[in-house]
Design a protein around this ligand. Structure first.
Ligand code: GUN
Length: 292
């Protein structure tokens, strides 16, 4: 069994990204990333802090905008418009999920597609579906594909099952796996909460991507001998023995399935570090394109 080291692959992506940052700085350009958080969800706050910190480490111009939980749609739209117009900002990210009074789809549509480093804008979703490389691809699925490639795992002709159909992970992951070319060409099945006999579906998979958001949802029954498992889940579960009172577990019961897998990503230390690394890479891509 290979334990896929997401931190090591992320470090490699960040070294490449830093070289691209340096090349831009030689031209007098500093890539800028704006990260917007509305409200005080603890997990979102932690993600936003890591994104901001990583951007600063790489020498990006990093703008962290924290808005109160009662922010209105109009106030958030006004901030997005301001960031769209700011030439020092090349990438804009509004942390999901926002509070309930916010119409998230409308906010995403307001972001300039050329600054949409999350790849959530309809223009970028369409470009992914069209296999047009000029768009932006969501960071988490992009990171999963990179992990497979860096681990030497062939996807062409393989049966890949994506569990979860979210706009952030499941759907773009399925599109990437079926895309023509390296990291793609798989035979893709998307399973979700209405799928019948999930275990029979996932047991047919050479590659399982778990993106359901439920702790330890997939166990030994779901994974066949020799499968590759990419666990996207980051779930907080109560753990009184931990000083924080919780610990992070994936959507896959790692201990129950690790022995039977050819390769598996741990949680934490698998997909998580890749998401941030791909975000930095997307932001530098945005800066390269906007200043070409
Ligand atoms: N919430 C969970 N993952 C993501 C992500 O990749 N981008 C944003 N904006 N919000 C998220």
């Amino acid at each position: 069994m290979v334990r896929i080291d997401g931190a090591a692959v992320a470090a490699k992506v960040l070294v490449e990204t830093k070289q691209r940052v340096d090349a831009l700085r030689q031209r007098g350009i500093q890539p800028g990333l704006a990260v917007v958080l509305v409200g005080d969800d603890p997990a979102s706050r932690a993600y936003v802090r890591s994104k901001d910190r990583k951007a600063a480490e790489l020498g990006l111009h990093s703008v962290k905008e924290e808005l109160p939980a009662d922010t209105t749609q109009e106030q958030l739209l006004a901030l997005v418009e301001k960031l769209n117009a700011d030439p020092a900002v090349h990438g804009i990210l509004v942390q999901s999920p926002p509070p309930p009074q916010i119409d998230e789809a409308a906010i995403v549509r307001a972001i300039d597609p050329s600054k949409d480093v999350d790849g959530f804008h309809p223009v970028n979703v369409a470009k992914l579906a069209l296999e047009d490389p000029t768009g932006f691809v969501p960071c988490t699925p992009l990171g999963c594909i990179r992990l497979l490639q860096e681990s030497g795992i062939e996807t062409a002709g393989k049966n890949a099952v994506v569990v979860g159909r979210s706009m952030i992970v499941g759907k773009p992951m399925a599109l990437l796996l079926m895309k023509r070319g390296p990291g793609g060409d798989a035979t893709v099945t998307v399973a979700h909460s209405r799928t019948k006999n999930l275990a029979a579906v996932t047991r047919a998979a050479d590659i399982v991507v778990a993106a359901i958001g439920r702790p330890h949802f997939l166990g030994a029954d779901h994974i066949r001998e020799g499968a590759v498992v990419i666990d996207v889940g980051i779930n907080r579960i109560d753990d009184p023995s931990n000083p924080k009172g919780y610990r992070l577990v994936g959507d896959v019961d790692y201990d129950a399935v690790a022995d039977r897998c050819a390769a598996i990503t741990p949680v934490p230390g698998g997909v998580g570090p890749m998401t941030i690394a791909m975000l930095m890479s997307n932001c530098v891509t945005a800066a390269e394109r906007l200043t070409a």
